[in-house]
Write a protein that binds this ligand. Structure first.
Ligand SMILES: Cc1cc2nc3c(=O)[nH]c(=O)nc-3n(C[C@H](O)[C@H](O)[C@H](O)COP(=O)(O)OP(=O)(O)OC[C@H]3O[C@@H](n4cnc5c(N)ncnc54)[C@H](O)[C@@H]3O)c2cc1C
Length: 394
């Protein structure tokens, strides 16, 4: 059996695929979006409650600019569908030294005119007395950063795509027939074929499995544990109205304030073991809980001993240099691989979608976009997310 041919077939309805499908549909192309488990499901990397949207990326200005474009796009999408996905809670970067990620970020954001303020430990304690700041050199505060309601946002993008005439299919598919350097279709387990003109595999942590020759070495999939802690009864100080998102880069720990009635999120940002995104058990390691509690007690003393009210296991799909992959498959002119979000890709979904649709329409890669190449040799570099390889028993 064969489904109707589409101009563009997108495999994967996480933030990258769902936004690409919506942008493709709105470019006037017939578009089919296929996902094995649905949009924003809990095994996907986009399937957590929240993701941070921040502009600071150390000295890197590229992702800072993209992040601002993404912020505008998410806000426009909220206005269009009449639902809230972006909570502008602000963002605190806890700095332990004067010459680290935070100082570089402040210089980069200032050069781009993006609001950021330096706060002394005293400023911090005055503004947010629930934060213990006496071990910090300073904090960088991004007032226009915040959090995205991730899984709800992705599901809404996929719904909007379908409302606009896009075709959504629930199926696990693999590359099918080929003709020279062209892929002709993808095939589901029951034999259904989905023919198309262009194929986008936005398969997140499944890319190495689908394309072991191309992505097997390029993208490493690791288990990542996330804990949600319950604030004391009647205590709103850890809600998004009163506490920004925060990152302690050098301690490789980050958190998101409580939102939508859920707990305060905290994650020690160390790489976990290699993980199977389909069949991996999503149970957090007790060591992750121990590290989270220890950090919580140090930074948010009123939350010391707070109970874990929920946990999440997600997976990073990390490239060596934490730059994304957005490139043509080396063997096929009409196949694009998109992924390698490397722990910071969620927010960029709308911009990745626009970028990819423009590239499919024939636009060349810009000067700064060699970073997305599949074939480029990638050196390991300092993370754009946190210093995830920092020592944890400091
Ligand atoms: C713990 C954690 C914290 C993070 N924090 C942030 C943050 O604060 N801010 C931020 O911006 N980013 C963050 N990220 C990164 C961000 O979540 C990811 O970069 C992003 O969600 C990746 O989206 P994706 O669309 O590439 O992949 P996914 O969301 O994983 O989507 C891929 C989809 O493809 C489907 N699929 C795969 N193969 C097939 C197939 N063969 N057939 C059919 N369907 C298929 C899957 O079912 C899945 O739905 C974090 C990630 C983690 C794990």
């Amino acid at each position: 059996m064969s489904a109707p041919a589409a101009d563009v077939v997108v495999v994967g309805a996480g933030t990258m695929g769902a936004w690409t499908a919506l942008r493709s549909r709105r470019a006037g192309w017939t578009t089919t979006l296929i996902d094995a488990f649905g949009a924003g499901h809990p095994r996907s990397t986009s399937g957590d409650e929240t993701r941070i949207l921040r502009a600071a990326h150390g000295a890197d200005t590229f992702y800072a600019r993209w992040s601002r474009e993404a912020r505008t796009a998410w806000q426009a999408f909220e206005a269009e569908v009449g639902e809230r996905f972006y909570v502008e809670a602000g963002m605190l970067w806890f700095a332990h030294r004067e010459d680290g990620f935070e100082a570089h970020s402040m210089a980069a954001l200032t050069s781009l005119g993006i609001p950021v303020r330096r706060l002394s430990p005293t400023d911090l304690a005055n503004g947010w007395p629930q934060v213990a700041a006496n071990d910090l050199a300073f904090a960088a505060y991004e007032p226009e950063a915040g959090l995205l309601l991730a899984r709800n946002g992705v599901a809404a993008v996929a719904r909007t795509f379908a409302r606009d005439g896009g075709r959504f299919e629930l199926a696990w598919v693999e590359p099918g027939a080929t003709d020279g350097r062209r892929l002709l279709d993808v095939v589901a387990g029951d034999g259904t074929r989905f023919p198309g003109g262009t194929f986008v595999f936005a398969a997140g942590p499944w890319l190495p499995r689908l394309f072991p020759d191309v992505a097997g070495e390029l993208i490493r999939v690791t288990k990542q544990d996330v804990m949600f802690f319950g604030p004391p009864a009647g205590d709103g100080r850890f809600n998004s109205e009163w506490l920004p998102c925060w990152v302690d880069y050098d301690s490789a720990t980050y958190g998101v304030p409580a939102v939508s009635g859920r707990g305060m999120k905290l994650a020690p940002d160390r790489y976990g073991p290699v993980f199977d995104p389909t069949n991996g058990e999503r149970q957090v390691d007790p060591e992750s809980v121990r590290l989270a509690r220890r950090y919580m007690a140090r930074r948010f003393p009123a939350m010391a001993g707070a109970p874990v009210v929920e946990t999440r296991v997600c997976q990073y799909e990390t490239t060596p240099d934490t730059d994304f992959v957005i490139d043509r498959h080396p063997a096929f002119d009409n196949v694009w691989l998109v992924g390698g979000g490397s722990g910071h890709g969620f927010k960029h979904g709308p911009v990745i979608g626009s970028y990819l649709v423009s590239r499919i329409a024939g636009a060349p890669a810009g000067d700064d976009e060699d970073r997305f190449s599949i074939s480029r040799v990638r050196e390991f570099r300092q993370n754009l997310r946190t210093g995830a390889d920092a020592a944890h028993d400091d």
